[in-house]
Design a binder for this molecule. Sequence first.
Ligand code: CA
Length: 237
Amino acid sequence: MSRELIFVVEDEKHILQLIKYNLEAAGYRVTTFESGESFLNEVKNTVPDLIMLDIMLPGMDGYEVCRQVKQFPSTKNLPVIMLTAKGDEFDKVLGLELGADDYITKPFSVRELLARIKALFRRINTSSAEDSEIVKHDGIIIDTTRREVYKDGELIDMPLKEFELIKMLVKNKGKVLSRDILLEKIWGFDYYGETRTVDVHIRYLRQKIESDPSAPQYIETVRGIGYRFNDKARQVV
Ligand code: CA
């Protein structure tokens, strides 16, 4: 059984050591970095299973590191947990828009840290094992095993969260999914109330799959509730 490899980027040495010690004790493999630059160098050679990224770093900050991680083809789908300090002006929405999967506020307990990591790995593993199939609708094809989305035969670039979102919408086509349900299923309980995150990702999805994002044919807004993937889509036209 391979143990998951976690890259931790954090400039405060004692926190870095604390995280490393506890993650290793829990059975993970850990590589530590004290700057975003050194991490980005290494991630070109070695792709980990998870990245923990401090926001306030000397030089390049965590947001920028995250942005770059999400641009490399080999790392863009990797889960990212952001580390923030209490009192930092952490922009949760910005972090999520950049593709972070979760965030932890310092000081955190070891138990909380491990619980978050476990939950994230569990979400990833169940989503790949449970539904390895191809979902088709109209000109849209979603290959859940390969995490690929095609529209009219063309491969569409789709980060993890957007992918999970469209997969869930298409699988439930014709049904209205509330923002809270989408948030809970895709982002987890911790983001309860942050429904703007859902809207932002819906906007990205529409830009990619709709012919006219301002008059969506596929992803309909159901006022005051949430979204529905239109199961009649082009048949109406
Ligand atoms: Ca820091």
